[in-house]
Design a protein around this ligand. Structure first.
Ligand SMILES: [Zn+2]
Length: 239
């Protein structure tokens, strides 16, 4: 986006008055553009839970550990629903999957976070791949969840290229929450990667989450990884 368009976008959204960087503001137009890009990249969407394992068997999805250095997955992932707890996925393990380049991003971000931003603590992953049935259940409790059933405005979580991180600065699960400083550092880092076209990141408010769609560019373009790693000498495998 050129400087003039970016300034017009800021004025139109009012995001210049928002503590979130403008790059992290979501909109229907932005979601539609992301879906168009996913189409151009031929990113297929899962229609139901059984497809997740078949995508994984073809190498289109990879497993995500429930706990790893730098992050842990919300224990309620995949079971929250409207007013009652209900199992959406027949095999609970199915939900722990992402696209290979998105998993690579998650692992690298976790290394950067734990080594440089937070001295050994972890962030909470609150969403991974979703099915349309799960998305429908989410709509009653998550005001940020994409509501449209139209192809152009559907959730990028169906592709497996998107995941969410909790932006809460308090915790009720016994784990240390993200501090305000860590959240601000994460905001700045995600905004930088978004500007470079390596990811699409939105800071959602209700509930507070960073929604991150990672494009395959992250694995193909060394500049993307360098932007994420920054000056860190501590991330494994970097010069
Ligand atoms: Zn999300």
């Amino acid at each position: 986006m050129n400087a003039l368009l970016f300034a017009l976008f800021m004025a139109a959204t009012g995001c210049d008055k928002d503590p979130r960087p403008c790059e992290l503001t979501g909109s229907r137009a932005r979601l539609a553009a992301e879906n168009k890009k996913a189409d151009r990249l031929n990113l297929s969407r899962v229609a139901h839970a059984d497809q997740i394992l078949s995508f994984a068997n073809k190498g289109l999805l990879v497993r995500v550990e429930r706990t790893a250095p730098g992050y842990y997955v919300d224990k309620w992932i995949g079971v929250l629903s409207c007013g009652k707890r209900e199992k959406i996925y027949p095999r609970r393990d199915d939900i722990f999957h992402l696209r290979p380049w998105t998993k690579e991003f998650l692992d690298t971000l976790a290394q950067v976070f734990t080594n440089d931003l937070s001295a050994g603590s972890s962030f909470k992953v609150t969403s991974l791949i979703r099915t349309p049935v799960y998305q429908k259940m989410l709509k009653c409790g998550n005001r940020s969840a994409a509501r449209s059933t139209r192809h152009s405005n559907q959730s990028l979580h169906f592709t497996g290229a998107a995941f969410d991180i909790s932006a809460l600065t308090w915790s009720k699960d016994g784990k240390p929450p993200m501090t305000v400083e860590q959240r601000n550092s994460l905001r700045a880092l995600l905004a930088r990667l978004d500007r470079a076209g390596c990811i699409e990141a939105v800071e959602e408010r209700n509930p507070p989450n960073f929604h991150i769609t990672v494009w395959p560019e992250f694995s193909k373009n060394p500049k993307c990884k360098q932007l994420l790693i920054g000056d860190s000498p501590t991330v494994a495998g970097t010069p």
